[in-house]
Structures are given as C-alpha cells and as structure tokens.
Ligand binder design. Structure first.
Ligand code: ATP
Ligand code: MG
Length: 392
C-alpha cells in the first residue's frame, strides 16, 4: 500500500483532479488504519513500545506512560532505553535489545507514592519474512498477580504442612502407645519383684529403645520432607541422568527379570537441574516400579519435548494402584509395604516442585503404572513475534 502511495505521489504533477481525489481517499484510509492500530494498542491492558531496528522509538502506547517514569521531551530522538527513567528497567531493555534475542521477561519493583508496584518487562523481536523489523517491548503491571501467586503458595504450603502434621501425629501415636504399655509392664514387674524381673525389664527396655528410635526417624524424615530444599541447579542433560541411573540399577533389574526399554528424545535442550536430587527422585520411582513387578515385567522410559517442557515417562507393567488409593500415594507416610516409609513419593513430589515441574500418575490395577514428570525448559529464547502486515 505504501509503495503504491509513494509512486502516486511521485507522479502527482501528471495526475488529473479525479486521480488526486482518489489518492487523497487512499491516504485517508491509510491514516485511518494507523489510527485504528494506535487506538487498539493504546487500549491494551499493558504498555507497548515499538522500537525500530536502530532502537529509536517508533511508537509508544498510553499505558506505558502511566506505568513507568519516562523522559518527557524529544522522544523521537532517543533510543528505547534512554526514554525509560528507571535505571534497572532501562538497563534490562538495553541489554535485551543489543543481544537481539528474546530474553526471558523479568519482574521489576517500583516504589510509587502509595504502594510498591511490580512490572513484568519483556522484549521480543518483530520479524517479517525472516528479517527483524524492530522490537516490541511490553510492560505489564503484575502487582496483583504476584501477590495472589504468593498468597496461593503460602496457602499451599500451609495445607501441605497441615497434612504433614496430621500424618506425623498419626505416626507417633503408635510408638508412644507402645512405650506407655511397656512402661506399665515394667512398673508391674518391679512391683512383683519376681525372679524373672530382671530379664523382663531388659526385654521391655530394649523394646522401648526401639520405639524411641522409630520416633526419632519419624521426626528426622519429617524434617527432611518439610525443610526447603537446598537446590543447586545447573544445565544438565536429562537423558544422561537416566542412562547413569539405569546402569546403576541394571543388576537389580536383571535379577528381578525386568526388561528395560529406553526411548530417549533426540536433541532435548539442557535443563536446569540439581542432579543429585533429580537422581534421588527418579530412583524412588524406579524402586517403586521394581517393587511392583515382583514377577518380572518391562520398565519403559521415554523422554520427549512438548509445550516448552521436557516430559519423562516411566512406565511399569506391575501390579498397579487401586483407583481409590491413587490420590493418597503422595501423602507422607502412605505405604502398602511392610517395610516402606511411605516418604518415597513425597520426596519425588517435592523435588519436582522445587524444579518448577509437574508430576502426573496414571495407573490401572493389574496392568501397571506410569509416572510422568514434566520439567520446564529454560526460556532464554522464545518464539519470535511475527508481524504479518506492514511495519508500524
Ligand atoms: N509403580 C508403582 N506401582 C504400584 N504401586 C505403587 C507404585 N509406586 C508407588 N506405589 C504405591 O504408593 C505407595 C507409596 O509409595 P512411596 O514410594 O511414597 O512409599 P513406599 O514405596 O511405600 O516406601 P519407601 O519409598 O519409603 O520404600 C507404595 O507403598 C505403593 O502402594
Ligand atoms: Mg517407594
């Protein structure tokens, strides 16, 4: 359209009045289009700055002016970051624009007269036919959103603590009850003053000491499960971790008659993982699978990428979990095993949450169980924003 108009302007002297009339109405339409676009951009609930490829400002909507302190004059002679008076946001925009890649949006807190506000700022290249036409900077007021997220996190952790506390109370009831019974028996033995009193007392004392040991491990396990984990994530290949783990348990699997099938996803991105914790979590799942396949079976491990997450599916052909118990398996101390602590999956859940991931389970009694772990891919490079029309 612009090309057509500039050609028409060049040949203006040769045009008759009808043609000039036509040109004016085309121009009026064009102006209307731009006005409409500006109106739409300005009624968005977030701030938008469009910068040219040389980083000078091409357009800025009204919400930006309300959200961030800005230079008031000579905007068209300033680069995008020079307009923003807040030095942290300005530096972030400058670095993002000069890096020419999409950088993960970042939160900034600004002090205002009434309250602190949190702004999420992101920068994306505008691409047309494969070449960068400029950049799109967006600023969103996320103050309420972040407060709500923090409130939900607190509520979630409070609910988890309450469940844990209830489970601990339930767990310590048994050893405490047994200690109390044996103390009464000791009292009785002392009263009778019989021959066998000494041996009885020794037996009772050893049982009491075992129960005290049990109490101690309940408290230690509880503390391990509730304490914030000290994670040290570094870029790691999930396929290598799985490979190492399978090598580690291969003899145990072989002895149990379990076949392993691995389908590692190709070209998976590195993930920010605390290797030790992730290994521990995967090992807990594999050990459960092993226990569920007492008469042998197949353990299938698959990794693949989907929706900005890496998925890891660990499937067994074991006994499965009854439908009414599936919702309980992540609860601390829930176990169906004689010698299980019931904390294995609690730890798995916590480790995955600490990594910003998700955990899903699907099970069918008598057929097997599948655990799927979803881990986020670090977002240094996002998808490019493609501008299909003309440049703004
Ligand atoms: N792959 C599986 N197949 C069948 N049941 C499972 C599987 N994984 C977990 N479960 C069920 O979930 C329960 C809880 O598992 P969790 O790992 O938390 O504790 P545990 O295995 O019983 O004890 P621990 O892990 O301390 O040895 C198990 O007792 C079992 O009933
Ligand atoms: Mg377990």
């Amino acid at each position: 359209m612009r090309h057509l108009v500039s050609k028409a302007i060049e040949s203006l002297p040769k045009l008759d009045s009808g043609q000039i009339n036509n040109l004016i109405s085309i121009l009026a339409e064009e102006v209307k289009d731009i006005e409409l676009l500006e109106m739409v951009l300005s009624s968005l609930p977030f701030g938008v700055i469009v910068a040219r490829p040389d980083h000078y400002i091409q357009f800025m909507n009204i919400p930006v002016k309300r959200m961030v302190p800005l230079q008031q004059k000579g905007l068209d002679k300033l680069k995008a970051w020079e307009v923003i008076l807040d030095s942290d946001i300005s530096n972030f925009v400058k670095e993002s624009l000069l890096e020419a890649e999409t950088v993960k949006p970042r939160d900034f807190t600004l002090e205002t007269l009434n309250r602190d506000i949190t702004l999420a700022v992101g920068v994306m290249p505008v691409v047309k036919e494969g070449s960068i036409q400029g950049d799109f900077i967006y600023i969103e007021d996320v103050t309420d959103k972040r407060l709500e997220e923090a409130r939900l996190r607190r509520a979630e952790s409070l609910a988890a603590m309450t469940t844990m506390a209830a489970s601990v109370a339930h767990e310590i009831k048994n050893p405490l009850g047994s200690i109390s019974i044996y103390l009464q028996l000791m009292q009785k033995s002392l009263n009778t003053d019989s021959e066998s009193c000494r041996t009885d007392l020794e037996d009772y004392l050893s049982i009491i000491s075992e129960e005290v040991e049990r109490l101690n491990s309940i408290v230690v396990d509880y503390l391990f499960a509730v304490r914030p984990m000290d994670t040290h994530p570094i870029p790691t290949s999930i396929n290598s971790i799985i490979e190492e783990l399978i090598t580690f348990v291969q003899y145990e699997l072989m002895e149990a008659g379990i076949k392993v099938e691995e389908y590692p996803g190709k070209d998976l991105p590195l993930l920010n993982l605390d290797e030790k914790l992730i290994k521990q979590a995967l090992l807990n799942i594999i050990k459960n699978a092993l226990a569920a396949m007492e008469n042998g079976g197949t353990l299938t491990i698959r990794t693949y990428e989907k929706d900005n997450m890496v998925h890891m599916r660990i499937q067994d052909t074991g006994i499965g979990i009854p439908a009414d118990l599936v919702s309980k398996i992540f609860e601390p101390y829930f176990t169906t095993k004689d010698n299980g602590s019931g904390l294995g999956l609690t730890v798995v859940y916590k480790v995955i949450k600490e990594h910003g991931g998700e955990l899903r389970v699907f099970s069918k009694e008598g057929e097997g169980t599948t655990f799927t772990i979803l881990l986020p891919i670090p977002q240094t490079v996002n998808k490019l924003l493609v501008w299909k029309g003309e440049t703004i």
